[in-house]
Design a binder for this molecule. Structure first.
Ligand SMILES: Nc1ncnc2c1ncn2[C@@H]1O[C@H](COP(=O)(O)OP(=O)(O)OP(=O)(O)O)[C@@H](O)[C@H]1O
Ligand SMILES: [Mg+2]
Length: 491
Protein backbone atom coordinates (compact mmCIF):
# COMPACT_ATOMS: atom_id res chain seq x y z
CA UNK A 1 0.00 0.00 0.00
CA UNK A 2 2.64 2.50 1.10
CA UNK A 3 0.61 5.64 0.50
CA UNK A 4 2.84 8.50 -0.42
CA UNK A 5 2.53 12.21 -0.13
CA UNK A 6 -0.33 13.93 -1.81
CA UNK A 7 0.14 15.52 -5.25
CA UNK A 8 -1.27 19.01 -5.22
CA UNK A 9 -3.46 20.15 -8.10
CA UNK A 10 -2.01 22.58 -10.63
CA UNK A 11 -1.55 26.04 -9.30
CA UNK A 12 -2.05 25.03 -5.69
CA UNK A 13 0.42 24.70 -2.88
CA UNK A 14 1.14 21.36 -1.27
CA UNK A 15 -1.44 19.80 1.00
CA UNK A 16 -4.71 20.29 -0.86
CA UNK A 17 -7.87 18.45 0.04
CA UNK A 18 -10.15 20.84 1.85
CA UNK A 19 -12.56 19.87 4.53
CA UNK A 20 -15.40 22.09 5.54
CA UNK A 21 -18.74 22.53 3.87
CA UNK A 22 -18.92 23.17 0.19
CA UNK A 23 -22.43 21.91 -0.19
CA UNK A 24 -23.59 24.91 -2.11
CA UNK A 25 -20.97 24.87 -4.81
CA UNK A 26 -21.95 21.74 -6.66
CA UNK A 27 -25.25 22.77 -8.22
CA UNK A 28 -25.38 26.50 -7.96
CA UNK A 29 -28.86 26.92 -9.40
CA UNK A 30 -30.39 23.62 -8.59
CA UNK A 31 -32.29 24.50 -5.46
CA UNK A 32 -33.40 28.10 -5.41
CA UNK A 33 -35.93 27.34 -2.70
CA UNK A 34 -33.51 25.67 -0.39
CA UNK A 35 -33.75 26.65 3.23
CA UNK A 36 -32.30 24.85 6.19
CA UNK A 37 -34.89 22.56 7.72
CA UNK A 38 -36.90 23.58 10.67
CA UNK A 39 -39.76 21.75 12.24
CA UNK A 40 -42.45 23.92 10.65
CA UNK A 41 -40.99 23.81 7.20
CA UNK A 42 -43.38 21.71 5.24
CA UNK A 43 -46.37 23.41 6.78
CA UNK A 44 -45.06 26.80 5.77
CA UNK A 45 -43.98 25.79 2.32
CA UNK A 46 -47.34 24.85 0.87
CA UNK A 47 -49.78 27.37 -0.50
CA UNK A 48 -52.59 27.86 2.00
CA UNK A 49 -55.32 26.26 -0.10
CA UNK A 50 -53.24 23.13 -0.52
CA UNK A 51 -52.75 22.85 3.19
CA UNK A 52 -56.48 23.26 3.73
CA UNK A 53 -57.24 20.72 1.07
CA UNK A 54 -54.83 18.32 2.75
CA UNK A 55 -56.37 18.88 6.15
CA UNK A 56 -59.87 18.33 4.77
CA UNK A 57 -58.71 15.23 3.03
CA UNK A 58 -57.18 13.99 6.26
CA UNK A 59 -60.34 14.69 8.18
CA UNK A 60 -62.44 12.85 5.62
CA UNK A 61 -60.13 9.88 5.59
CA UNK A 62 -60.16 9.80 9.35
CA UNK A 63 -63.93 9.70 9.37
CA UNK A 64 -64.09 7.04 6.70
CA UNK A 65 -61.44 4.90 8.32
CA UNK A 66 -62.98 4.78 11.70
CA UNK A 67 -66.53 4.67 10.33
CA UNK A 68 -67.68 7.02 13.03
CA UNK A 69 -71.41 7.30 13.24
CA UNK A 70 -72.37 10.48 11.47
CA UNK A 71 -76.05 9.69 11.71
CA UNK A 72 -77.52 11.67 14.60
CA UNK A 73 -80.23 9.06 15.18
CA UNK A 74 -77.71 6.50 16.39
CA UNK A 75 -78.09 6.30 20.13
CA UNK A 76 -75.25 7.32 22.42
CA UNK A 77 -74.75 3.87 23.90
CA UNK A 78 -74.28 2.36 20.52
CA UNK A 79 -71.82 5.13 19.68
CA UNK A 80 -69.75 4.40 22.75
CA UNK A 81 -69.74 0.69 22.06
CA UNK A 82 -68.76 1.39 18.49
CA UNK A 83 -65.90 3.71 19.37
CA UNK A 84 -64.65 1.27 21.97
CA UNK A 85 -64.76 -1.40 19.31
CA UNK A 86 -62.75 0.89 17.03
CA UNK A 87 -60.19 1.45 19.78
CA UNK A 88 -60.08 -2.24 20.44
CA UNK A 89 -59.67 -3.11 16.79
CA UNK A 90 -56.96 -0.47 16.38
CA UNK A 91 -55.08 -2.18 19.19
CA UNK A 92 -55.74 -5.58 17.64
CA UNK A 93 -54.37 -4.90 14.19
CA UNK A 94 -51.11 -3.62 15.63
CA UNK A 95 -50.81 -6.53 18.01
CA UNK A 96 -51.23 -8.97 15.14
CA UNK A 97 -48.45 -7.51 12.98
CA UNK A 98 -45.44 -9.63 12.17
CA UNK A 99 -42.73 -7.11 12.94
CA UNK A 100 -39.12 -8.10 12.17
CA UNK A 101 -36.54 -7.90 14.96
CA UNK A 102 -35.43 -4.31 15.54
CA UNK A 103 -32.17 -3.18 13.94
CA UNK A 104 -30.24 -1.98 16.96
CA UNK A 105 -27.19 -0.70 15.07
CA UNK A 106 -26.15 2.90 15.59
CA UNK A 107 -27.82 5.39 13.21
CA UNK A 108 -26.60 8.88 12.38
CA UNK A 109 -28.54 12.11 12.33
CA UNK A 110 -28.99 11.70 8.57
CA UNK A 111 -31.98 9.57 9.46
CA UNK A 112 -32.65 10.32 13.12
CA UNK A 113 -33.02 14.12 12.90
CA UNK A 114 -36.76 14.00 12.31
CA UNK A 115 -39.64 16.20 13.39
CA UNK A 116 -41.07 13.27 15.33
CA UNK A 117 -43.89 12.37 12.95
CA UNK A 118 -45.46 8.95 13.03
CA UNK A 119 -46.69 7.06 9.95
CA UNK A 120 -50.15 7.15 11.50
CA UNK A 121 -50.13 10.95 11.29
CA UNK A 122 -50.64 10.69 7.52
CA UNK A 123 -53.99 8.89 7.74
CA UNK A 124 -52.89 6.15 5.43
CA UNK A 125 -54.99 3.09 4.66
CA UNK A 126 -54.65 0.64 7.50
CA UNK A 127 -53.47 -2.12 5.15
CA UNK A 128 -50.67 0.17 4.01
CA UNK A 129 -49.68 0.97 7.58
CA UNK A 130 -49.54 -2.75 8.25
CA UNK A 131 -47.10 -3.21 5.36
CA UNK A 132 -44.96 -0.30 6.57
CA UNK A 133 -44.66 -1.63 10.10
CA UNK A 134 -44.12 -5.19 8.93
CA UNK A 135 -41.22 -3.93 6.85
CA UNK A 136 -39.64 -2.85 10.11
CA UNK A 137 -40.15 0.90 9.63
CA UNK A 138 -41.00 2.43 12.99
CA UNK A 139 -41.29 6.05 12.02
CA UNK A 140 -40.68 8.15 8.92
CA UNK A 141 -37.18 9.34 8.04
CA UNK A 142 -36.63 13.07 7.36
CA UNK A 143 -37.23 12.78 3.60
CA UNK A 144 -40.35 10.72 4.24
CA UNK A 145 -41.66 13.32 6.68
CA UNK A 146 -41.16 16.00 4.06
CA UNK A 147 -42.40 14.18 0.97
CA UNK A 148 -45.28 11.97 2.04
CA UNK A 149 -47.77 14.68 3.13
CA UNK A 150 -46.94 16.87 0.13
CA UNK A 151 -47.20 14.01 -2.35
CA UNK A 152 -50.59 13.10 -0.86
CA UNK A 153 -51.89 16.58 -1.73
CA UNK A 154 -51.17 15.91 -5.40
CA UNK A 155 -48.34 18.41 -5.77
CA UNK A 156 -45.38 17.87 -8.04
CA UNK A 157 -42.16 17.36 -6.08
CA UNK A 158 -38.48 17.70 -6.75
CA UNK A 159 -36.79 16.15 -3.74
CA UNK A 160 -33.17 15.81 -2.87
CA UNK A 161 -31.95 13.75 0.06
CA UNK A 162 -28.83 11.82 0.89
CA UNK A 163 -28.18 8.24 -0.18
CA UNK A 164 -29.84 5.55 1.85
CA UNK A 165 -32.16 7.87 3.77
CA UNK A 166 -35.39 6.31 2.51
CA UNK A 167 -36.35 8.07 -0.71
CA UNK A 168 -37.91 4.89 -2.10
CA UNK A 169 -40.58 4.69 0.59
CA UNK A 170 -40.97 8.48 0.37
CA UNK A 171 -42.58 8.01 -3.06
CA UNK A 172 -43.86 4.41 -2.79
CA UNK A 173 -46.01 5.14 0.27
CA UNK A 174 -48.00 8.01 -1.33
CA UNK A 175 -48.17 6.05 -4.59
CA UNK A 176 -49.70 3.03 -2.84
CA UNK A 177 -52.01 5.26 -0.82
CA UNK A 178 -53.38 7.00 -3.90
CA UNK A 179 -54.03 3.92 -6.00
CA UNK A 180 -57.68 2.87 -6.16
CA UNK A 181 -57.47 -0.89 -6.24
CA UNK A 182 -61.00 -1.15 -7.63
CA UNK A 183 -60.02 0.69 -10.80
CA UNK A 184 -58.41 -1.62 -13.32
CA UNK A 185 -55.81 0.76 -14.80
CA UNK A 186 -52.17 1.67 -14.49
CA UNK A 187 -52.35 4.56 -12.02
CA UNK A 188 -48.68 4.98 -11.13
CA UNK A 189 -45.49 4.54 -13.13
CA UNK A 190 -42.12 4.48 -11.35
CA UNK A 191 -39.16 4.98 -13.68
CA UNK A 192 -35.64 4.00 -12.69
CA UNK A 193 -32.41 3.87 -14.72
CA UNK A 194 -31.35 0.23 -14.25
CA UNK A 195 -33.03 -3.15 -14.37
CA UNK A 196 -31.71 -4.24 -10.98
CA UNK A 197 -33.04 -1.07 -9.39
CA UNK A 198 -36.42 -1.72 -11.04
CA UNK A 199 -36.52 -5.19 -9.49
CA UNK A 200 -35.52 -3.82 -6.09
CA UNK A 201 -38.09 -1.01 -6.20
CA UNK A 202 -40.93 -3.26 -7.31
CA UNK A 203 -40.03 -5.56 -4.42
CA UNK A 204 -40.29 -2.62 -1.98
CA UNK A 205 -43.73 -1.75 -3.44
CA UNK A 206 -44.87 -5.34 -3.05
CA UNK A 207 -43.65 -5.51 0.53
CA UNK A 208 -45.16 -2.18 1.58
CA UNK A 209 -48.37 -3.05 -0.24
CA UNK A 210 -48.47 -6.62 1.04
CA UNK A 211 -51.88 -6.19 2.68
CA UNK A 212 -53.37 -4.16 -0.17
CA UNK A 213 -54.84 -5.63 -3.31
CA UNK A 214 -52.60 -3.60 -5.58
CA UNK A 215 -51.08 -5.31 -8.60
CA UNK A 216 -47.44 -4.35 -9.07
CA UNK A 217 -45.65 -5.17 -12.32
CA UNK A 218 -41.99 -4.75 -13.15
CA UNK A 219 -40.87 -4.38 -16.76
CA UNK A 220 -37.35 -3.87 -18.06
CA UNK A 221 -35.25 -4.52 -21.10
CA UNK A 222 -33.48 -7.86 -21.31
CA UNK A 223 -36.62 -9.87 -20.60
CA UNK A 224 -39.25 -11.35 -22.89
CA UNK A 225 -41.45 -8.65 -24.39
CA UNK A 226 -44.10 -11.29 -25.05
CA UNK A 227 -44.31 -12.16 -21.35
CA UNK A 228 -44.79 -8.49 -20.51
CA UNK A 229 -47.53 -8.18 -23.11
CA UNK A 230 -49.32 -11.21 -21.67
CA UNK A 231 -48.95 -9.82 -18.16
CA UNK A 232 -50.46 -6.50 -19.20
CA UNK A 233 -53.69 -8.26 -20.18
CA UNK A 234 -54.10 -8.85 -16.45
CA UNK A 235 -54.77 -5.96 -14.04
CA UNK A 236 -51.79 -3.74 -13.25
CA UNK A 237 -52.10 -0.74 -10.93
CA UNK A 238 -48.47 0.17 -10.41
CA UNK A 239 -45.80 -0.25 -13.07
CA UNK A 240 -42.11 -0.08 -12.21
CA UNK A 241 -39.55 -0.17 -14.97
CA UNK A 242 -36.82 1.24 -17.13
CA UNK A 243 -37.83 3.91 -19.65
CA UNK A 244 -37.01 2.08 -22.92
CA UNK A 245 -39.21 -0.93 -22.27
CA UNK A 246 -42.15 1.07 -20.93
CA UNK A 247 -41.99 3.40 -23.94
CA UNK A 248 -41.92 0.39 -26.25
CA UNK A 249 -45.04 -1.07 -24.60
CA UNK A 250 -46.81 2.31 -24.60
CA UNK A 251 -46.12 2.82 -28.30
CA UNK A 252 -47.53 -0.61 -29.10
CA UNK A 253 -50.70 0.42 -27.27
CA UNK A 254 -50.23 -2.49 -24.85
CA UNK A 255 -49.35 -0.36 -21.86
CA UNK A 256 -52.15 2.20 -21.51
CA UNK A 257 -51.14 5.24 -19.52
CA UNK A 258 -54.14 7.52 -20.00
CA UNK A 259 -55.26 6.96 -16.39
CA UNK A 260 -51.80 7.17 -14.93
CA UNK A 261 -52.05 10.09 -12.56
CA UNK A 262 -48.59 9.78 -10.98
CA UNK A 263 -45.17 9.54 -12.58
CA UNK A 264 -42.21 8.96 -10.30
CA UNK A 265 -38.68 9.48 -11.56
CA UNK A 266 -36.20 7.97 -9.16
CA UNK A 267 -32.56 8.90 -9.76
CA UNK A 268 -34.16 11.70 -11.75
CA UNK A 269 -30.92 13.37 -12.79
CA UNK A 270 -29.71 10.09 -14.31
CA UNK A 271 -33.04 9.69 -16.12
CA UNK A 272 -32.50 13.14 -17.61
CA UNK A 273 -29.02 12.35 -18.90
CA UNK A 274 -28.71 12.23 -22.71
CA UNK A 275 -28.96 8.43 -22.59
CA UNK A 276 -32.52 8.49 -21.22
CA UNK A 277 -34.02 11.94 -21.64
CA UNK A 278 -35.46 11.42 -25.17
CA UNK A 279 -37.38 8.34 -23.97
CA UNK A 280 -38.67 10.18 -20.91
CA UNK A 281 -39.93 13.10 -22.96
CA UNK A 282 -41.74 10.75 -25.35
CA UNK A 283 -43.13 8.66 -22.53
CA UNK A 284 -44.57 11.64 -20.71
CA UNK A 285 -46.79 12.35 -23.74
CA UNK A 286 -48.71 9.14 -23.08
CA UNK A 287 -49.74 10.40 -19.63
CA UNK A 288 -52.70 12.68 -18.95
CA UNK A 289 -52.00 16.42 -18.71
CA UNK A 290 -52.97 16.56 -15.04
CA UNK A 291 -50.49 13.89 -13.96
CA UNK A 292 -48.43 14.41 -10.82
CA UNK A 293 -44.65 14.16 -11.26
CA UNK A 294 -42.32 13.27 -8.40
CA UNK A 295 -38.58 13.53 -8.96
CA UNK A 296 -36.10 12.11 -6.45
CA UNK A 297 -32.33 11.90 -6.26
CA UNK A 298 -29.36 12.64 -4.05
CA UNK A 299 -27.85 14.71 -6.88
CA UNK A 300 -29.54 17.37 -8.98
CA UNK A 301 -27.11 19.06 -11.33
CA UNK A 302 -28.28 22.25 -13.03
CA UNK A 303 -29.14 20.26 -16.16
CA UNK A 304 -32.37 19.18 -14.46
CA UNK A 305 -33.64 22.76 -14.41
CA UNK A 306 -34.94 22.85 -18.01
CA UNK A 307 -36.96 19.69 -17.56
CA UNK A 308 -38.35 20.90 -14.27
CA UNK A 309 -39.53 24.16 -15.78
CA UNK A 310 -41.07 22.44 -18.76
CA UNK A 311 -42.81 19.44 -17.23
CA UNK A 312 -43.45 20.13 -13.55
CA UNK A 313 -46.23 22.36 -12.29
CA UNK A 314 -45.26 24.57 -9.35
CA UNK A 315 -43.20 21.79 -7.82
CA UNK A 316 -42.33 21.65 -4.16
CA UNK A 317 -38.59 21.72 -3.93
CA UNK A 318 -37.37 19.71 -0.99
CA UNK A 319 -33.67 19.77 -0.26
CA UNK A 320 -32.37 17.96 2.78
CA UNK A 321 -28.75 18.22 1.74
CA UNK A 322 -27.13 21.06 3.57
CA UNK A 323 -24.08 18.86 3.26
CA UNK A 324 -23.63 16.20 0.61
CA UNK A 325 -21.82 13.20 2.05
CA UNK A 326 -23.24 10.83 4.63
CA UNK A 327 -22.28 11.41 8.26
CA UNK A 328 -21.73 7.69 8.85
CA UNK A 329 -19.17 7.13 6.09
CA UNK A 330 -15.43 7.61 6.58
CA UNK A 331 -13.53 8.17 3.35
CA UNK A 332 -9.89 7.32 2.74
CA UNK A 333 -7.54 7.30 -0.21
CA UNK A 334 -4.45 5.20 -0.80
CA UNK A 335 -1.97 6.61 -3.30
CA UNK A 336 -0.80 3.75 -5.55
CA UNK A 337 0.62 2.97 -8.92
CA UNK A 338 -1.68 1.11 -11.28
CA UNK A 339 0.34 -2.12 -10.91
CA UNK A 340 0.16 -1.91 -7.10
CA UNK A 341 -3.63 -1.80 -6.98
CA UNK A 342 -4.17 -5.52 -6.63
CA UNK A 343 -1.60 -5.81 -3.89
CA UNK A 344 -3.24 -2.89 -2.12
CA UNK A 345 -6.64 -4.56 -2.40
CA UNK A 346 -5.20 -7.75 -0.98
CA UNK A 347 -3.88 -5.79 2.01
CA UNK A 348 -7.28 -4.18 2.50
CA UNK A 349 -8.97 -7.58 2.45
CA UNK A 350 -6.59 -8.89 5.08
CA UNK A 351 -6.85 -5.84 7.36
CA UNK A 352 -10.45 -4.70 7.09
CA UNK A 353 -13.46 -6.14 8.82
CA UNK A 354 -15.60 -6.49 5.71
CA UNK A 355 -19.15 -7.53 6.24
CA UNK A 356 -19.91 -7.21 2.51
CA UNK A 357 -18.07 -4.98 0.05
CA UNK A 358 -18.76 -3.45 -3.34
CA UNK A 359 -15.68 -2.80 -5.48
CA UNK A 360 -16.06 -0.42 -8.42
CA UNK A 361 -14.07 -0.51 -11.65
CA UNK A 362 -14.42 1.87 -14.57
CA UNK A 363 -14.97 -0.69 -17.36
CA UNK A 364 -16.58 -4.04 -18.02
CA UNK A 365 -13.20 -5.52 -18.93
CA UNK A 366 -11.57 -4.40 -15.74
CA UNK A 367 -14.46 -5.79 -13.69
CA UNK A 368 -13.99 -9.25 -15.20
CA UNK A 369 -10.21 -9.15 -14.88
CA UNK A 370 -10.29 -7.98 -11.29
CA UNK A 371 -12.91 -10.53 -10.27
CA UNK A 372 -10.66 -13.26 -11.68
CA UNK A 373 -7.65 -11.93 -9.78
CA UNK A 374 -9.56 -11.67 -6.51
CA UNK A 375 -10.71 -15.26 -6.87
CA UNK A 376 -7.11 -16.31 -7.56
CA UNK A 377 -6.07 -14.56 -4.35
CA UNK A 378 -8.46 -16.86 -2.54
CA UNK A 379 -11.27 -14.42 -1.69
CA UNK A 380 -14.89 -15.06 -2.57
CA UNK A 381 -16.18 -12.66 -5.17
CA UNK A 382 -19.02 -12.15 -7.64
CA UNK A 383 -19.09 -9.66 -10.47
CA UNK A 384 -21.81 -7.85 -12.36
CA UNK A 385 -21.97 -5.50 -15.35
CA UNK A 386 -24.41 -4.54 -18.06
CA UNK A 387 -22.93 -6.77 -20.75
CA UNK A 388 -23.96 -9.94 -18.93
CA UNK A 389 -27.16 -11.82 -19.77
CA UNK A 390 -30.05 -10.60 -17.65
CA UNK A 391 -30.71 -13.99 -16.08
CA UNK A 392 -27.14 -14.13 -14.90
CA UNK A 393 -27.31 -10.53 -13.60
CA UNK A 394 -30.45 -11.37 -11.66
CA UNK A 395 -28.86 -14.40 -10.09
CA UNK A 396 -25.75 -12.49 -9.01
CA UNK A 397 -27.85 -9.64 -7.57
CA UNK A 398 -30.12 -12.01 -5.72
CA UNK A 399 -27.30 -14.16 -4.33
CA UNK A 400 -25.12 -11.23 -3.28
CA UNK A 401 -28.08 -9.61 -1.54
CA UNK A 402 -28.68 -12.84 0.32
CA UNK A 403 -25.09 -12.87 1.51
CA UNK A 404 -23.90 -15.77 -0.66
CA UNK A 405 -20.66 -13.92 -1.28
CA UNK A 406 -18.67 -11.28 0.58
CA UNK A 407 -17.39 -9.13 -2.30
CA UNK A 408 -18.98 -7.83 -5.47
CA UNK A 409 -16.96 -6.25 -8.29
CA UNK A 410 -19.02 -4.06 -10.60
CA UNK A 411 -19.24 -1.19 -13.03
CA UNK A 412 -21.41 1.87 -12.45
CA UNK A 413 -24.41 -0.41 -13.06
CA UNK A 414 -24.62 -0.67 -9.25
CA UNK A 415 -23.74 2.93 -8.48
CA UNK A 416 -27.28 4.20 -7.98
CA UNK A 417 -30.07 3.13 -5.71
CA UNK A 418 -28.89 -0.40 -4.93
CA UNK A 419 -29.69 -1.07 -1.29
CA UNK A 420 -27.86 -3.89 0.44
CA UNK A 421 -27.85 -3.23 4.16
CA UNK A 422 -24.94 -5.59 4.88
CA UNK A 423 -22.46 -3.60 2.76
CA UNK A 424 -20.13 -1.73 5.10
CA UNK A 425 -17.18 -1.17 2.74
CA UNK A 426 -17.03 0.40 -0.73
CA UNK A 427 -13.76 0.34 -2.63
CA UNK A 428 -13.12 2.49 -5.69
CA UNK A 429 -10.53 0.25 -7.33
CA UNK A 430 -10.78 2.78 -10.16
CA UNK A 431 -11.55 6.31 -9.07
CA UNK A 432 -14.65 7.83 -10.71
CA UNK A 433 -14.49 10.90 -12.94
CA UNK A 434 -17.25 13.00 -11.44
CA UNK A 435 -18.61 13.86 -8.04
CA UNK A 436 -22.16 12.57 -8.64
CA UNK A 437 -20.81 9.12 -9.46
CA UNK A 438 -18.48 9.27 -6.45
CA UNK A 439 -21.28 10.26 -4.09
CA UNK A 440 -23.65 7.53 -5.27
CA UNK A 441 -20.92 4.87 -5.22
CA UNK A 442 -19.82 5.54 -1.65
CA UNK A 443 -23.49 5.74 -0.68
CA UNK A 444 -23.81 1.96 -1.28
CA UNK A 445 -22.51 1.55 2.26
CA UNK A 446 -23.81 3.32 5.32
CA UNK A 447 -27.43 2.64 4.39
CA UNK A 448 -30.11 4.24 6.55
CA UNK A 449 -27.66 6.13 8.74
CA UNK A 450 -25.40 3.19 9.46
CA UNK A 451 -21.63 3.36 9.52
CA UNK A 452 -19.49 2.58 6.51
CA UNK A 453 -16.08 2.95 4.95
CA UNK A 454 -15.04 4.13 1.49
CA UNK A 455 -11.50 3.45 0.27
CA UNK A 456 -10.25 5.04 -2.95
CA UNK A 457 -7.22 3.77 -4.82
CA UNK A 458 -5.69 6.88 -6.35
CA UNK A 459 -3.11 6.90 -9.11
CA UNK A 460 -1.02 9.84 -10.26
CA UNK A 461 -3.59 10.48 -13.05
CA UNK A 462 -6.46 10.58 -10.55
CA UNK A 463 -4.95 13.26 -8.36
CA UNK A 464 -6.80 16.20 -9.95
CA UNK A 465 -10.10 14.34 -9.88
CA UNK A 466 -9.63 13.52 -6.22
CA UNK A 467 -9.03 17.13 -5.39
CA UNK A 468 -11.96 18.37 -7.53
CA UNK A 469 -14.40 15.85 -6.11
CA UNK A 470 -13.39 16.74 -2.56
CA UNK A 471 -13.98 20.39 -3.36
CA UNK A 472 -17.29 19.84 -5.12
CA UNK A 473 -18.64 17.67 -2.33
CA UNK A 474 -17.15 19.81 0.43
CA UNK A 475 -15.81 16.70 2.06
CA UNK A 476 -12.49 15.38 3.21
CA UNK A 477 -11.00 12.20 1.88
CA UNK A 478 -8.13 11.39 4.20
CA UNK A 479 -4.98 9.44 3.55
CA UNK A 480 -5.51 5.90 4.76
CA UNK A 481 -3.86 5.25 8.13
CA UNK A 482 -1.95 2.03 8.88
CA UNK A 483 -4.73 0.94 11.21
CA UNK A 484 -8.44 1.64 10.88
CA UNK A 485 -10.52 1.41 14.02
CA UNK A 486 -13.41 -1.03 13.48
CA UNK A 487 -15.67 1.21 15.51
CA UNK A 488 -15.89 3.70 12.64
CA UNK A 489 -17.43 1.26 10.16
CA UNK A 490 -18.57 -1.90 11.90
CA UNK A 491 -21.17 -0.90 14.50
N1 LIG B 1 -38.64 4.79 7.92
C1 LIG B 1 -37.72 3.85 7.84
N2 LIG B 1 -37.34 3.14 8.92
C2 LIG B 1 -36.39 2.18 8.84
N3 LIG B 1 -35.74 1.87 7.71
C3 LIG B 1 -36.06 2.54 6.59
C4 LIG B 1 -37.07 3.55 6.60
N4 LIG B 1 -37.16 4.04 5.36
C5 LIG B 1 -36.27 3.36 4.60
N5 LIG B 1 -35.61 2.46 5.34
C6 LIG B 1 -34.56 1.55 4.85
O1 LIG B 1 -33.45 2.34 4.50
C7 LIG B 1 -32.74 1.75 3.43
C8 LIG B 1 -32.42 2.80 2.38
O2 LIG B 1 -33.60 3.25 1.78
P1 LIG B 1 -33.66 3.68 0.23
O3 LIG B 1 -33.07 2.62 -0.64
O4 LIG B 1 -35.05 4.09 -0.04
O5 LIG B 1 -32.68 4.94 0.23
P2 LIG B 1 -32.50 6.05 -0.89
O6 LIG B 1 -32.67 7.35 -0.22
O7 LIG B 1 -33.37 5.74 -2.05
O8 LIG B 1 -30.97 5.85 -1.25
P3 LIG B 1 -30.22 6.04 -2.68
O9 LIG B 1 -30.01 7.51 -2.87
O10 LIG B 1 -28.93 5.32 -2.50
O11 LIG B 1 -31.09 5.45 -3.72
C9 LIG B 1 -33.59 0.61 2.92
O12 LIG B 1 -33.05 -0.61 3.36
C10 LIG B 1 -34.94 0.85 3.56
O13 LIG B 1 -35.64 -0.35 3.81
MG1 LIG C 1 -33.01 5.26 -3.97
Amino acid sequence: MNPRGRYPPPGMGSGGGGGGRGGGNMYPNANPNFQPRNPQQYVQRGPVNQQQQFQNQQAQQWLRRNQLASDSTVDEVEKTVQSEAVDQSSQDWKARLKIPPADTRYRTEDVTATKGNEFEDYFLKRELLMGIYEKGFERPSPIQEESIPIALTGSDILARAKNGTGKTAAFCIPALEKIDQDVNAIQVVILVPTRELALQTSQVCKELGKHLKIEVMVTTGGTSLKDDIMRLYQPVHLLVGTPGRILDLARKGICVLKDCSMLVMDEADKLLSPEFQPSIVQLIRFLPANRQVLMFSATFPVTVKDFKERYLQKPYVINLMDELTLKGITQFYAFVEERQKLHCLNTLFSKLQINQSIIFCNSVNRVELLAKKITELGYSCFYIHAKMLQDHRNRVFHDFRNGACRNLVCTDLFTRGIDIQAVNVVINFDFPKNSETYLHRVGRSGRFGHLGLAVNLITYEDRFNLYRIEQELGTEIKQIPPHIDQAIYCL
